[in-house]
Design a protein around this ligand. Structure first.
Ligand code: PLP
Length: 488
């Protein structure tokens, strides 16, 4: 592609993106496709990959857009649809796409400071700024002795935090590995990425200690944690890491970080705060209470790619000790040696993550904060929280449906109840299925105390109060139909 051809095609591709986003409200959120249908459509005679073979001859790039229109869009779950309320949001704002375009254009490999000084230092400055804007405390900034890094995911952030914890708590770990006595503390609601990190680190499932919640809640009990850690130490085991979650995936529960921190510290364990979804709320002073106590943690993670207007992948991780990750992860072959690294005056982000290579992810986050400012980002978050509060109010006022857990920020969990006031799983499940198969909106579920729950996660880049109101009307209509049918 010459630069002039790129210019022409780029306009066409940008037009496609703009038309696609503008047309989203008219499309079904979830495609009515079954397993194998997309692959079959792509492999048919005359399609992109007839008989599963790649094209021998070059083809004009304009025609790729036709295939995307015919096969890819109709086979895609439309996460940027304003009526997407599933899982947690995956904000892929047009603003961040423009920043990502610049990143791709530079094509920089930011593994070392010397392989792209700007990629490293822009990330450092940006993350220092976000640490201040979130109120994490100066200890998490590079100027305060800590620092931030953009990981691909909160899962990777948890893994590297665990490796740093192992290095700190188990001297000699890098040489001898683990010995089976390491323990990691979570709750039943902790994200599965912690279990995966424990497995990847070679600790084995027995290393995971599931701590009881505060009775009647989903949040970790600091007293139960203290008991579990003391019992483990008495049994000769080694507490390595405590993971406190701010905004659990199931119901948005918030572990009491301020109470947990001294317990972890008393046993020398690393405290990681997984605030993958909810942490960005700290940008709003009136919502910052959700991350209360985070200044006492060793590491803190929140995903810009969930609710902060930034396209996947951009998971923000801060540590209070800038030496912790390099101490655990640095491996230096001759071909990576250079004067800047050896001077000790630079950050080499390869030592802060598992892979060697890394993209210039900071540019898309920079584009977002440049275009919206913190005020714009706060307005984005506040709009969703207000819409979720309104939805929770609708649920409270409606007979036959209840809040299954206290709403947190943009997350509302609800379930349908029978005449006796008890949960009616069959109705809840049927309503979810009918909403999703309608194509008009998409919600997902969790199970709480063994009972089925619909989760409504408000936070899409295009989601406004009117879309949440429309979802509520749809829920009411489908519940009416389900109940009428089941009593026939
Ligand atoms: N932690 C929490 C609380 C989450 O809700 C999620 C995903 O929803 C994750 C971690 C994993 O996020 P990622 O996809 O960035 O690894």
């Amino acid at each position: 592609l010459t630069t002039e051809e790129f210019r022409r095609l780029g306009h066409a591709y940008v037009d496609w993106v703009a038309d696609h986003r503008a047309g989203l409200p008219g499309l079904p959120v979830v495609p009515p496709v079954g397993p194998g249908e997309v692959a079959t459509a792509l492999s048919q005679p005359g399609a992109a990959f007839p008989d599963g073979r790649l094209p021998e001859a070059p083809q004009p790039l304009d025609t790729l857009l036709d295939a995307v229109d015919r096969v890819v869009v109709p086979g895609s779950t439309l996460w940027q649809h304003p009526a997407f309320f599933g899982y947690f949001p995956a904000n892929s704002s047009l603003t961040s796409l423009l920043g990502d375009l610049l990143s791709g254009a530079l094509g920089a490999q930011g593994m070392l400071w010397s392989t792209s000084p700007a990629a490293t230092e822009a990330e450092q400055v940006l993350l220092d700024g976000f640490a201040r804007a979130l109120g994490l405390g100066e200890a998490f900034t590079f100027s305060g002795g800590g620092g931030g890094v953009i990981q691909d995911s909160a899962s990777s952030a948890a893994l590297v935090a665990l490796l740093a914890a192992l290095h700190r708590v188990r001297p000699g770990w890098r040489e001898t590995g683990v010995d089976g006595r390491e323990r990691v503390y979570v709750t039943a609601e902790t994200h599965s990425s912690l279990a995966k990190a424990v497995r990847v680190a070679g600790l084995g499932a027995r290393a995971l200690r599931v701590v009881d919640p505060v009775p009647g809640t989903q949040a970790m009990s600091a007293a139960a944690l203290a008991g579990a850690m003391a019992a483990d130490v008495a049994a000769g085991l080694a507490p390595v890491l405590v993971c406190a979650t701010v905004g659990t995936t199931g119901t948005g529960a918030v572990d009491p970080v301020r109470d947990i921190a001294p317990v972890a510290a008393a046993h020398g364990a690393w405290l990681h705060v997984d605030a993958a979804w909810a942490g960005v709320a700290g940008l709003c002073p009136e919502l910052r209470h959700v991350i209360d106590g985070v200044g006492l943690a060793d590491s803190f993670c929140t995903d810009a790619h969930k609710w902060l207007f930034t396209a996947f992948d951009a998971s923000l991780l801060w540590v209070r000790d800038a030496a912790a990750l390099p101490a655990a992860l640095s491996v230096t072959p001759e071909y990576l040696r250079n004067a800047a690294s050896e001077s000790g005056a630079v950050v080499d982000y390869r030592d802060w993550q598992v892979p060697l290579g890394r993209r210039f992810r900071a540019l898309k986050l920079w584009a977002v904060v440049h275009a919206l400012g913190l005020e714009g980002l706060r307005a984005h978050l506040r709009g969703h929280v207000a819409a979720a509060v309104a939805l929770a109010g609708r649920v409270r006022a409606e007979p036959g449906v209840v809040l299954a857990a206290p709403p947190t920020l943009g997350l509302v969990c609800l379930r349908y109840v029978g005449a006796d006031g008890g949960p009616d799983d069959a109705v809840t499940r049927a309503v979810l299925e009918r909403v999703n198969s309608s194509g008009a909106a998409f919600v997902t579920h969790t199970v709480l105390d063994g009972r089925y729950v619909i989760r409504v996660a408000v936070g899409g880049v295009a989601t406004e109060a009117t879309h949440v109101e429309a979802l509520w009307e749809r829920l009411c209509a489908e519940a009416g139909t389900v109940r009428a049918t089941s009593t026939l």
